[in-house]
Unconditional design. Structure first.
Lengths: 227, 227
């Protein structure tokens, strides 16, 4: 707990709030009834996070229309972003969880990381108020955030295609590099090429999945935030 | 503007924020380019409202599970609730809007009232911070709020039926009281009876709509918050 507070740069006055934020429901389900899990703090933290990000974007981009503000906030607080924030502070290592959850990869599960990150924000807010929660959250907002480079989509191939085809001379191709594993558990590796340059590589359980992963990597390389 | 600030019990330091909160987009579209409309403040206010209500529910109901907290917040900040809050402070009367919007009933339109209410919360937050916004918002939360009496549904008939059938001896009937107007613009009035007592009356453009409206009235009479 001490280590973790050093990592996050915040010292709790009420340490039970930190403990609650780090407690996955599987921990309390395994007979530890007197412990609270982090679901209620997650409910609170979700709102706290939202207002902090909204306020930041509102002031930072005074001319951005409401629709763009909404899209940018959605990207900043989507599951994938929150899980990335959580990973950067090694949140998974400090979660309290049941054995079943742990053995099935619970410390790396996106939803657990996302929920615990929100709960942590809620806990800091309860411990010290909005300003301290703001200091904590704003550290995770990328510097030089550019709303015009945000794409909220699950179809990365189409998004990449739309961006590339603005220059008619540019050409995207997907190249299958390898295919391995038994029939019921195959793994594919795909490269996406822009003209003759490799701009992304992706792995997936189908060719399609690997192509999407490669396109997403390419978008990130080009400075786009995807969600 | 002065009247309105008396009604809401809050005096703006920066009156331009109040003006912005009250400005519907149709006003700025009609050639008044230098005025800002309330869409950006609505974006901000939506989050501010959400965190205030979340915080209130979290503290007020320390044993309520996350799912119930989420449902209760959703009901408190749904369009219909926000429009009711807006009506209680006569917000529609103070909106700045274009002639087209005004002539088509814009001052009573639920979406305009909801958006302006959120914008107003955002404006107070920017003007004075979270605590003042909280004082303003909490005045609208019903006293003796009972989360077990909240129903988030658009099917009021089914909800009413489910509540009533817990007592097998009770019986609901819907009675068509009147039908008026020309074929293309009919109006129906329906009563819902519990045994021999009228517990709600509803008007609608079809029998079904009128029945739903009557069921909703009955739920409200029985102390349920519907949304």
């Amino acid at each position: 707990m001490k280590d973790f507070q050093q990592i996050i740069g915040y010292q709790f006055k009420k340490e039970h709030l930190l403990r609650e934020a780090l407690t996955h429901s599987s921990y309390t389900n395994e007979g530890r009834k007197r412990h609270k899990n982090n679901e209620r703090l997650e409910f609170l933290g979700d709102s706290v996070l939202s207002v902090i990000v909204a306020n930041y974007l509102f002031l930072q981009f005074p001319d951005l229309p409401e629709g763009e503000l909404t899209k940018t906030r959605a990207a900043l607080v989507c599951s994938r972003s929150l899980a990335k924030f959580a990973q950067s502070i090694h949140l998974g290592d400090y979660l309290l969880m049941g054995c079943g959850e742990e053995n099935s990869g619970g410390r790396e599960r996106i939803s657990n990381l996302e929920d615990a990150f929100e709960a942590l924000v809620g806990a800091i807010y309860l411990d010290s108020g909005l300003e301290q929660a703001r200091v904590f959250v704003l550290k995770f907002i990328p510097e030089n955030l550019d709303p015009s480079k945000i794409r909220v989509t699950s179809d990365f191939k189409t998004t990449l295609q739309e961006i590339i085809q603005k220059n008619p001379e540019e050409k995207l191709t997907y190249v299958l590099v390898s295919e391995s594993g038994p029939d019921h558990d195959k793994s594919f590796e795909v490269e996406v090429h822009l003209n003759s340059n490799i701009i992304g590589t992706g792995i997936g359980k189908s060719k399609k999945q690997a192509e999407q992963a490669a396109a997403q990597k390419a978008l990130e390389l080009m400075g786009y935030e995807t969600c």
